[in-house]
Design a protein around this ligand. Structure first.
Ligand code: NAD
Ligand code: IPM
Ligand code: MN
Length: 372
């Protein structure tokens, strides 16, 4: 039995819809296991820009820093805040990730057996797939060459004599590469003991350095099988034979793109959770930021069509990684599996002979299983 404080940042579009369901599940866990969760809800994204002048205020950032864990929905996607707007809702993510030094983003991909037919990939290719992408989250193209690195800044469009030009810089230090590689190897030791380091070393200098550091770190883990793979080939192999992978470790943008692709192995963007971790300690463990990998999905927002499972599984990761509540996390995963197995789906996973539920109904079904 424990008391925990969770900062909750629902955000834009379907963010609040799916976050409400994650909270419903945390409440169900609290009553079943006798815990108490105090939620500190704060504005983030468009609502925060309009009310507080920033995508996330410093006061909210402090609430996050003082919490035991952070649950995040999604930001962005409103036409009034497109790429040309001065303050972008997405900056909330950069402020959180960089500000709280969440350099390791874990994105597990484990297609449920009862969902294999919902994926566009053949069931026989998917069966047994169980991988995690360890995405570097505070460096690379997202942050550029300014010291201290400022997201957005190096990619500003400039007027030159030849017309407009823009630049993004892909910078990694040895220390940044080494710490993310170590996260990957440690994760592999608890799994199938294989690491695939993904880069573009045939073109990029940052990838050549990445390989050198990766080789050095790999030597410390002789019990783990290690390979390098070029990112374009990886995009292909992920679909060709996903069961060949265990832990994939890669730079920020490659990890972003590969995980949207990998979500199709699990059937939908609405199925993939994530945990972002750093070194910040709390009374209960390590501070972490937990969010689905998907965005605010403006095309389906407000219609009850959003799949809340990615958010719910992110809450399970929160319990496991930041609060050390492993059985509680496992109970959520089992409840999700049971509900899917029973043929309940949201719109994104609609198939013949399934029962399609609204976002809230899906949350209620999973909560009901947890309450049994
Ligand atoms: P998106 O992930 O929001 O949506 C991509 C597609 O997947 C859409 O068709 C959407 O309907 C579907 N989808 C996503 N989540 C779903 C769910 N839970 N259930 C059912 N279907 C789901 O990506 P996008 O449309 O390219 O981006 C929209 C906005 O979201 C952009 O502003 C982007 O910057 C932002 N974004 C934010 C985050 C985040 O906050 N972490 C992540 C990704 C994108
Ligand atoms: C994600 C998102 C973000 C990213 C965007 C919204 C900045 O796509 O969390 O995957 O690229 O990191
Ligand atoms: Mn993304």
């Amino acid at each position: 039995m424990g008391n925990y404080t969770i900062a909750v940042l629902p955000g834009d579009g379907i963010g609040p819809e799916v976050t409400d369901e994650a909270i419903r599940i945390l409440d169900a866990v609290a009553s079943r296991f006798g815990h108490s969760f105090t939620y500190q809800k704060r504005l983030v994204g468009v609502a925060a820009i309009e009310a507080e002048g920033d995508a996330i205020s410093d006061a909210s950032l402090e609430v996050c820093q003082r919490s035991d864990a952070i649950l995040f929905g999604a930001v962005g996607g409103l036409p009034s805040y497109d790429g040309s707007h001065k303050v972008k809702p997405e900056q909330a993510l950069f402020k959180l990730r960089k500000g709280l030094q969440f350099f390791a983003n874990l994105r597990p991909v484990k297609p449920l057996n009862s969902l294999l037919s919902a994926s566009p990939i053949k069931a026989e290719v998917l069966r047994g797939a169980d991988l995690v992408v360890v995405r570097e989250l505070t460096g690379g193209l997202y942050y550029g060459h300014l010291e201290p690195p400022v997201p957005g800044k190096p990619s500003e469009i400039r007027q030159t004599e030849q017309g407009k030009s823009a630049i993004d810089t892909l910078l990694y230090s040895e220390a940044e590469i080494e710490r993310i590689l170590r996260v990957a190897f440690e994760a592999a030791r608890d799994r199938k003991k294989k690491v695939t380091s993904v880069d573009k070393a045939n073109v990029l200098s940052s990838s050549v350095l990445w390989r050198q550091v990766a080789n050095r770190v790999a030597a410390d883990y002789p019990d783990v099988t290690f390979e390098h793979m070029l990112v374009d080939a990886c995009a292909m192999h992920l679909i060709r034979k996903p069961t060949n992978f265990d832990v994939i470790v890669t730079e920020n943008l490659f990890g972003d793109i590969l995980t949207d692709e990998a979500s199709m192995l699990a059937g939908s963007m609405g199925m993939l959770p994530s945990a972002s971790l750093g070194t910040h300690e709390t009374a209960h463990g390590r501070l972490g930021l937990y969010e689905p990998i998907h965005g605010s999905a403006p095309d389906i927002a407000g219609q009850g069509k959003a799949n809340p499972i990615a958010a719910i599984l992110s809450a399970a990761m929160l319990l496991q990684y930041s609060l050390g509540l492993k059985s509680e996390a496992a109970a959520i995963e089992a409840a999700v599996e049971q509900v899917i197995q029973a043929g309940y789906r949201t719109e994104d996973l609609r198939e013949e002979e399934t029962k399609v539920l609204k976002t809230q109904e899906m949350g209620q079904k999973i909560a009901a299983v947890l309450a049994q």
